[in-house]
Design a protein around this ligand. Structure first.
Ligand code: 4HQ
Length: 245
């Protein structure tokens, strides 16, 4: 039985709720994720939030109570859309928002281990708070900056998860071996020619000495992490201590 059959038939499924369904699959229809999508290694369902608007103008937003700029997505419309998405199951309900838990490799791994995700993409100033409460929606942020909508964040989250699914990575480094899995930034990479515009490749990489190459790459990854990301370096050192001690 294949990994997919063992996981009870349906592949990992991203359900996206959006006012801009044309943005999907977008870049996820190409390259690694796109190939895996066509192979059925994961599935994408896109629901147009506007389809759940009930009035004749199909309005999805309204002005903020208390005043102020912009518009807020209506709770009744978002409720109907979430209800439709939840009826089909497949994973935690997540609203993309700068207020959420920061997306990192650990969260990507957690989500990849489950049946899928239901992603609510907000536009305007966001969604009426009560509908998030009523559905017990979790919030995830892709970083400390402001997007004009949740859709690019949803694309980022799905990309980070899909490449971890069984069978998706093909010939490339397995997710367990890649640098970030160990909590380090990547070592430098080189290809031919060994000299280019007067710049040479570190000699060890053309030495054929696999153990020395492995050690050199680890040293470089550690040096770069220490220099650029003291936060990741501190955590890496802690985890090393814990596993040695
Ligand atoms: N937004 N990480 C505001 C984000 C965002 C982020 C999404 C902007 C939701 C209403 N989402 N809308 N950063 O900036 O996830």
């Amino acid at each position: 039985m294949s990994a997919r059959e063992a996981s009870q038939d349906a592949p990992w499924t991203a359900t996206v709720l959006t006012l801009f369904p044309e943005m999907f699959p977008g870049p996820l229809g190409l390259s690694l994720a796109g190939k895996a999508l066509h192979q059925g290694l994961w599935a994408l369902r896109v629901l147009d939030i506007r389809d759940f608007a009930r009035d004749k103008h199909r309005s999805v937003d309204d002005t903020p109570l208390g005043g102020g700029a912009g518009m807020v997505m209506r709770p009744d419309v978002v409720d109907a859309a979430l209800g439709a998405a939840e009826a089909e199951g497949r994973g935690p309900l997540i609203y993309l928002s700068p207020r959420g838990r920061l997306l990192d490799q650990a969260l990507a791994r957690e989500l990849a281990a489950g049946p899928g995700v239901i992603l609510l993409c907000g536009r305007y100033e966001g969604v009426d708070e009560r509908v998030l409460e009523a559905h017990g929606v979790a919030e995830v942020s892709i970083g400390d900056y402001v997007l004009s909508g949740g859709e690019p964040a949803a694309l980022v989250l799905i990309d980070a998860v899909v490449r971890l699914l069984p069978g998706v990575m093909g010939n490339e480094v397995s997710p367990a071996e890649e640098s970030f899995a160990r909590g380090l930034l990547e070592h430098p990479h080189y290809t031919r020619p060994a000299e280019w515009q007067g710049r040479t490749v570190p000699g060890v990489l053309t030495s054929g000495h696999h153990e020395r190459i492995r050690r050199w790459r680890l040293e470089q990854a550690e040096r770069i992490t220490q220099e650029r990301r003291p936060d990741l370096w501190a955590r890496y050192r802690r985890e090393q201590d814990d596993s040695e001690g």
